[in-house]
Each structure stands twice: as C-alpha cells, then as structure tokens.
Design a binder for this molecule. Sequence first.
Ligand code: NAD
Length: 457
Amino acid sequence: MAVDVAEVVAELKATYTSGKTKSCEWRESQLKALIKMANDHEKDIIEALRSDLNKPEFEAFVHEISTVKSSCKLALKELRRWMVPEKAKTSSTTFPSSAEIVSEPLGVILIISTWNYPFLLSLDPVVGAIAAGNAVVLKPSDIAPATSSLLSKLLGEYMDSSAVKVVEGAVPETTALLEQKWDKIFYTGNGKVGRIVLAAAVKHLTPVILELGGKSPVVVDKNINLEVATRRIIGGKWASNCGQTCVSPDYVITTKAFASKLIDALISELEKFYGKEPLKSLDLSSIVNSSHFERLTKLMDDEKVFGKVVHGGQRNKTNLRIAPTILLDVPEDSLIMNEEIFGPLLPIMTVNKIEDSINVINAREKPLAAYLFTNDKKLMDEFVGSVSAGGLCINDTTLHLAESSLPFGGVGGSGMGSYHGKFSFDAFSHKKAVLKRSFAGDIAARYPPYTTRKLQL
Ligand code: NAD
C-alpha cells in the first residue's frame, strides 16, 4: 500500500489535538481555499468528470462544481452564527442556573465517497466536516479515477495538509482505513458496503452516517400538466448522469388508464432532448464502466421482461452508452424490480387506482426519495402522511436536494443520518450540554441522610 494509514491518522489526530482546526479563522480559510480551488481548476474538474463519466459540461458545472461552491459560501456566511452556543431553558430543579448547547467538533473524520458525482459527493461532506472544525481524511471512489487523482492533487495544493488528506485506493485501502479509530465515518455508496462500514465502526464505537440508495418511485396522477411533469421526470432520470444518481426516479407508478398517455409524452419529450438517435447525443452521460454496463444490459435482457421495452433499448458496448429506455408492466419478480437500477432504464408499473400506489411503495424497502405528480390535495396529503422515504418531492424530481434548508439522507435501507446546509455542520458536531450553576441556592434536601421528612418534601 502506498500510504501508511496509521501514520496519516496519527498526524491528523496531532493536528486536531493542537486545537488548530477549531478556530473560526481556520475553518473559514479552508472553505475559501476550496472555492478558490474550484474556480482555478474548473476546466480540469470538468475534464476529469468527462473522462470518468462522459459527463456533459453543463451537468458537471451545475450539479457538481457550482453545488460545492454554494455549500462553501453558505457555510462561510452562516458559520459564526452556527458556532454560537445555543441557549437552553432551565427548570426549578437546577435553579439558579443557565444552560447552553455547545457545538463541539468530533475530531478526525473519515469520508468514503462514491463515483457518480465524484467531485460533489467527495467535497460536500468535507465542507461540513471542516465547517464543524474537524480534521478529515477523504477516500474518493476508485471507479472515478480521474476525479480521485485530481482531488488528491488539488486538496494537497490548496488545503491545510496537516488537517485534510486524501487517501486514494480501492478495497484494500478502504479496509485499512476502516481498521483505524475515527471520531465519525461518513460513507456514500451501496448498502452492501454500508454494512461493512457499519460493522467496522462497531469495533471502536464510532458513529456513522450512511448515505445509501434504493428504488425511488415516481407516482404520476392524471389531471396534471403532463408536459411539465414529463420534463421533470426526464430531468431527474436521464438528464442527471443518465440515471446514475442516488435519487434518480427508479420506477414509475401510474394507473392502467393513464399509462399510454404518459409514455407518449415521455417519448415525445425525450426525442426533443436527445433526438432520434440518443446514443449519439452529447448531452447524455455514459455508463461508468463495463461491469455496470453489463449489469444494466442484464436487467434489460432478463427473460421476465421480454417484450416489455416500449421505448429505447439501444446500447453501444464500445462507448458504454445506453439509450433512455422505458419498460411497461414488468413483473414484480423481475431483476429490474428487485435491485436499484442506477442507469437509464425506467419501468412503469400500473395500478387500478392511483391511491393503490402508496401500498406498492410501502410494501418495499424505504427508498431514498419518493415523488408524486398530482393536483389532488387529498392524494398529496395522504402521500406525505403515509410514504416513508429519505425525502419527498411533489411535482418535481430530485430538487429537494438543492434546498439547503432541508436535511438530505436516507431512512431504513436507504441510509442513516443526514447532511446539507446547517445539517452538515450538525452532522460533524457533538452537541455538548453545558449547565452552569452558582454556589447560591444549595438545598440540603438532596443530600443524605435521606430522612422520612425529606421524602415528604
Ligand atoms: P463505489 O463502488 O464507488 O463504492 C463506494 C465506496 O466504497 C468507494 O470509495 C469504494 O472504494 C468503497 N468500497 C467498495 N467496496 C468496498 C469494500 N468491499 N470494502 C470497503 N470499501 C469498499 O460506489 P457504489 O457503491 O457503486 O455507489 C453507488 C451506490 O451509492 C448506489 O446504491 C447509490 O444509490 C448510492 N449513492 C448514494 C448517495 C446518497 O447521497 N445517498 C449518493 C450517490 C450514490
């Protein structure tokens, strides 16, 4: 292994113990350095994302670079306010006293990141960890090697290397990192590895945030603005990294009566976006590697979905491209309905009544996101009240992520813990309870001997 991970952790621990990372000035300087790094190297970042995912420049800029900068800017604007101890109420039990909740950094954080938004999902948690005053090791995904290597180079140049380090690598390196004692582990990726991370954390009683995935449903009611709805479904599915997004619409539920109208509208909008030969479109990302390409073609070629493709299905193994593909009425026990798709395939399930969609969703593992398109206030309320998911977005897809006032994270099989905005600061802070008393008002009744008279007080 190229790096001695125990040595890396020891160095960061020493920096943290020195108190350097706790000052507001240090935190601000690091956040400013991240913005400068993103500005100075915008072209290099776009190029790395193109090399890893063939990500269109627009998506690279809007979904990754600009989002990281916004997170830094928000933290810079709010940091001093977030750091102020929060006054808490006191009661007659402790009178006279005052109480406050102090946000204290946790120490040394391990961030393990994934490949689909390799710049954003590596740095967004780093922003929170730094803002909260911690030292950090970032382990980017080996499946996005160009971005991983660029992050390693740039963070080394721009950040305080005694407190922020990148360790590149795959399973052996991550395994070695997970053997170390951390003050928190933040992991983004699939649930199978999430369980490995959680098991490793148990040994040291380390708290963990797991940002996982799942099958995020989209319920489409009738009597909606169908053109806007289809554009927004396409926006969250194909125009976001070609479906390789954790909150991407995984499957659609609509009524039997409405399905053909919805499919026609999706096809018509898809052709406007990507033309009649989508495999040639420059606006569609590629599949990240050949093993994911094979995984996705297996989902399409499963004999249980034979004849169910109503649009798309074209693929090019050489350049790892798959066209936007729609399937109708696939069986519940098909492969595509039993794993997260994470690619450009969209199965449409039909139900008799739109209200039945809620039971369909709730019969499955809790998803990371759930979407509903409707104008029916009663259905909306029922959906919000009964569907359990990491987050909901009504009449759009994925955009709840963009709201920094909302926590982003999963529930059940889609993860634990959340971040974004102030939630990121809180995710990497310990909320320390502080009660301050004076020497006045000491009551003898609380001390032994515990006489009968004291019990009656
Ligand atoms: P991945 O293969 O890059 O794995 C994630 C990280 O785990 C990498 O850093 C990798 O090196 C490490 N890793 C892989 N195998 C390991 C092992 N055996 N032991 C230790 N570490 C290991 O990414 P992925 O898992 O393919 O990512 C896709 C998944 O992530 C999807 O399920 C998606 O929904 C989810 N995701 C979630 C979010 C979120 O914010 N909730 C965001 C993006 C992706």
